[in-house]
Design a protein. Sequence first.
Length: 291
Amino acid sequence: MANATARLLDDARDGRAMTWVIAIMLFLTVLAAAMGLATRNAATTLERSLGGRLTVQLTSGAPATREAQAMRVAARLRATPGVTRVSPVSRAALAELLRPWLGSDGADPSLPLPVMIDVDLADGTAATLARVRAAIGGVAPAARIDAHASWMASVGDMLSFATWLGAGLVALMATATATVVVLAARAGLDAHRATIEVMHMLGATDVQVARLFQRRIARDALIGGLVGGVLALVLVALIGSRVGGLGSELLGGAGLGIGGWAALALLPLGFVLVAMMAARWAVTRALRRIL
C-alpha cells in the first residue's frame, strides 16, 4: 500500500506544482485579509474619534465682538448636557494650521481669522447634536457648526468598501485554491487510473483511495500554506512598522491587533481544510463516474 500511495501523486510534478500554487494563493490571501482587517479597524477608529466631535466657527462681527461671543458660546456649551470638552482654538494654532498655504503671513495680526471652538460630545446621537445646536443658536445664531463625522463620511464609506473588497478577495482566493486542488486530484486520477483499478480489485474502497489523495494534498497544502503565509506575515509586519512611523492618527488606527494577527495565522490551516475537502469531493465524485 505504501508504494501505491507514493505513486498516486508524483512528487516531482503534481505535488510540487500544487505546493507552489497554494503558496502563491495564500500569500495573496493573507495580504487581502490584512487589508480588510486593517481598513475595518481604521473605520472603527475613525468613527469612534470623529463621531462625537464638532467645530464651532464665528466669522461675523469685529474681532473683539467675536472673542466676546466665543466666550459666551464656550460657557453655554460647558453647561450643556452631553458636552465633555470645550476647547477654544488659539490664534497661534490657527496660524500654524495655515502655515502650509500662507507661510509666515498666517501669523499677521491684521489677517482676519475666524474664532473656532473644538467641542467633544459624549456621543454623536441626533438628540445630543440638537441640544448643542440649540445652545449655540441661543448665543450666536450666525455661528457655523461643522460635525466632523459629516465631512468624513465619504472616507468612512471608502474604508468600508475596502473592507468588503478584502473579504471578497479572500473568498475568491479560497475558491481558486479549491479549484486548483480539484484539477490536481482529477489529473492524478487520470494519470494513475490503472493503479486505482488494481487497488479496487485488491479490495480498496473509494473512501480509502480518496483518503490517499486527501492525505497527500493536505501535506502539500500545508507546506505551501506555511511558505506563503510566513512570507505574507513578514511583509504585513514590515508594512505595519512603516505605517506606524508616519504618525498619522487615521493610519495608526489601522493596526491589526492580537485578534487580526491570530486570524491571519489561522489562514494556512483554513486553506488546508479547504484543500482536503475539495480533494475528497473531487476524488469520490470522479471514482463513482469512471469506475
